[in-house]
Design a protein around this ligand. Structure first.
Ligand code: FRU
Length: 506
C-alpha cells in the first residue's frame, strides 16, 4: 500500500521539483501569498493600527483545494507582512467570510482587555453536500482562532449557501449578515445581538446581473458626494461581469433598514464595478481610521484561474481602492481610485514631462524606471484630431526589426466609439484560448480631457479613468524583457498635458 502511494505520488513530487519559478510575474506592490494558491480576500478588518487581510488559501498546493484562511497584515495596504495560516481546514473547508471586531463583547468570547475578533465563514462540506455558516474567534490579533463549539451558527441543510458578510448596524443596534443563495440570485439578511444566534430577516434578489450565480455579497453605507449626513447603501455582489460567460462584480444603490435592501434603480439596471475580466469577490474595509471605504478584490477569473502560469504561487489581489459614491448625470455611481498610500512611498524614481503634442507613437525612455514593469502612470490627455490614443505597456520589439512589435498591452481611448479599453491580445503568454481579448468601457467626457491612472505590476494592468469613474483590471504575462513603454496616437494629434511615472518596484 505504502509502495503504491510512493509510486503514485512520485510524478507529483518530480513535477513540483522541476517547475520553474516565475519571478518575472511576481507583483511588487500587490498582495500575493509567498507560495501556493489564493482566491477571495476574506475578513478585511482594521484593528489597532493594522489592516488585516485573510484570504482563501490552499496551504499545500499551488491550486484550489484544502481551503483555509491565510493571513497578512499591513499598515498602508501596500506593504504586507505574511503571517502563519489563520484558520486551517478540518473536516470542512473554510470558504469565504468576514471578520468583525466585537467591541462590546456581545459574543462573550473576549478573554483579555482587548476586544476579540469574530469570524463568520462558510463551512463547505467538500463531499459537496452542504454549506453552512460557522463562527471562530481570536483573542490574539487574528493569529490563532478557536472554532466555536456551537457551530454551525446557521444551517439550512442547503448545498449552496455561502459567503457571510457581517456589519454592525447602528440604527437597529444589530449585527447584520448578508449571505447568498447563489443559484437563486438572492442575498438573504440575518440579524443577531451576539453573533451566535441569528434570525432570518429580509432578502433581496432576482434583479440586475443574473447570468452567473451570486457570490460574496457585501453591504456598505456610503456618504453621497462626501456628505455623511446623506448616505445610501451599496450592495456588492460577485456574479457575471460585463462580458458574457466571464465573472465580474455588480453593485446596487439603495436603502437598507436593518432587515432588507431596497434598490433605488429599476430592477433591470446593471451597474458593474470593473470592466476587465480580473476583478472578483471584492469586499470592503469599512471601519478605517478616517472612515474611508476601501474595496479589495481578487485579481483573476474562474474562467482561467487554474491556468495562471505563476510559481510557487497562484493568485494575487488587485490594488485596494478608495471608493466613493457620487452624483452623475446618470445617477449615483461608484468611483474608485487606487489607494492613496501608493504615492506616499519615498525615494522612488519618477519621470515627469508636461505639455507636449504627440502625432505618432513615441517610446518614453528612462530604462531603469521601466525595467521592472512595476510602476504607476498618471497622465492627462487633451484630444486634438486623434482617433485613438493612449499607452503601450510591456512592449517587446523584434531584435532585427524594431518596427515589429512582438508583445504589448495597449491602454487606449477610441475617440469615435467613446470607449476606454485594455487590449491584451498580444500581451505575452496566452494562458488559455479565452484569455486574449479587448476589454472596453463606455466613457464620455465633455471637455476633451482624459485623465488616467494606470498601474502596472509585472503581471497586471489596472486602469482608472477620470477620477475613478471607470476601472478596468487585466492580468498579463509578458516576457521578462518586454519592458518598453510608449505613448501612441492614431489618425491625428493628442496633447499630453502631463505625464508622471512613478517607479513602484522594490
Ligand atoms: C468566490 C468563491 C466563494 C467561495 C470561495 C471558495 O470566488 O467561489 O463563493 O466561498 O470562492 O474558495
Amino acid at each position: 500500500m505504502k509502495k503504491l502511494l510512493i509510486l503514485l505520488l512520485f510524478p507529483v513530487f518530480i513535477y513540483a521539483q522541476t517547475q520553474k519559478e516565475t519571478p518575472q510575474w511576481r507583483p511588487n506592490y500587490h498582495f500575493s501569498p509567498p507560495k501556493n494558491w489564493t482566491n477571495d480576500p476574506n475578513g478585511l478588518i482594521y484593528y489597532q493600527g493594522q489592516y488585516h487581510l485573510f484570504y482563501q488559501h490552499n496551504p499545500y498546493e499551488n491550486k484550489w483545494g484544502h481551503m483555509s484562511w491565510g493571513h497578512a497584515v499591513s499598515k498602508n495596504l501596500v506593504d504586507w507582512e505574511h503571517l502563519p495560516l489563520a484558520i486551517p481546514e478540518d473536516s470542512v473547508w473554510i470558504f469565504s467570510g468576514s471578520v468583525v471586531v466585537d467591541k462590546t463583547n456581545s459574543s462573550g468570547f473576549q478573554t483579555g482587555t482587548n476586544p476579540c475578533m469574530v469570524a463568520l465563514y462558510t463551512a463547505d462540506y467538500h463531499d459537496g453536500k452542504k454549506e453552512a455558516q460557522y463562527l471562530a474567534y481570536s483573542n490574539d490579533n487574528g493569529t490563532t482562532w478557536t472554532k466555536y463549539a456551537g457551530n454551525p451558527v446557521i444551517d439550512l441543510q442547503m448545498k449552496d449557501f455561502r459567503d457571510p458578510h457581517v456589519i454592525w448596524h447602528e440604527k437597529t443596534q444589530n449585527w447584520v449578515m448578508s449571505v447568498v443563495f447563489p443559484k437563486e440570485y438572492k442575498v438573504v439578511f440575518y440579524t443577531s445581538k451576539n453573533l451566535k444566534n441569528w434570525t432570518r430577516a429580509g432578502e433581496f434578489g432576482n434583479q440586475g446581473e443574473m447570468r452567473k450565480i451570486w457570490e460574496c455579497p457585501a453591504l456598505v453605507e456610503m456618504p453621497v458626494d462626501g456628505n455623511i449626513q446623506n448616505t445610501k447603501w451599496l450592495l456588492f455582489v460577485s456574479t457575471n461581469g460585463p462580458y458574457d460567460k466571464f465573472e465580474g462584480m455588480q453593485y446596487f444603490v439603495g436603502e437598507f433598514d436593518g432587515t432588507t435592501f431596497k434598490n433605488n434603480n429599476p430592477p433591470e439596471t446593471k451597474l458593474y464595478v470593473d470592466y476587465g475580466k480580473d476583478f472578483y469577490a471584492a469586499i470592503p474595509y469599512t471601519d478605517t481610521p478616517e472612515n474611508k471605504k476601501i474595496l479589495l478584490g481578487w485579481m483573476s477569473s474562474w474562467q482561467y484561474a487554474g491556468e495562471m502560469p505563476t510559481f510557487p504561487w497562484k493568485g494575487q489581489m488587485a490594488i485596494p481602492r478608495d471608493i466613493t459614491l457620487r452624483s452623475t448625470p446618470s445617477g449615483l455611481r461608484l468611483f474608485q481610485e487606487p489607494i492613496s498610500t501608493l504615492k506616499a512611498k519615498k525615494d522612488y524614481l519618477t519621470f515627469e514631462k508636461e505639455n507636449f503634442v504627440l502625432s505618432k507613437e513615441k517610446q518614453i525612455s528612462g530604462s531603469s524606471l521601466f525595467a521592472n514593469n512595476s510602476f504607476m502612470v498618471e497622465v492627462e490627455f487633451s484630444i486634438k484630431s486623434a482617433k485613438d490614443f493612449g499607452l503601450k505597456i510591456a512592449q517587446k520589439k523584434d531584435e532585427k526589426d524594431d518596427k515589429k512589435t512582438l508583445q504589448e498591452t495597449i491602454v487606449g481611448y477610441d475617440v469615435i466609439g467613446k470607449q476606454l479599453y485594455i487590449n491584451r491580445k498580444k500581451s505575452g503568454q496566452i494562458i488559455k484560448e479565452n484569455f486574449p481579448s479587448i476589454e472596453k468601457a463606455s466613457l464620455k467626457f465633455e471637455d476633451k480631457t482624459l485623465k488616467l491612472k494606470v498601474l502596472v505590476d509585472k503581471s497586471s494592468v489596472e486602469v482608472f479613468a477620470n477620477d475613478g469613474q471607470i476601472a478596468i483590471t487585466s492580468l498579463i504575462y509578458p516576457d521578462e524583457k518586454a519592458n518598453i513603454f510608449s505613448l501612441f496616437t492614431n489618425g491625428g494629434k493628442v496633447k499630453v498635458k502631463y505625464l508622471k511615472i512613478t517607479d513602484l518596484s522594490k
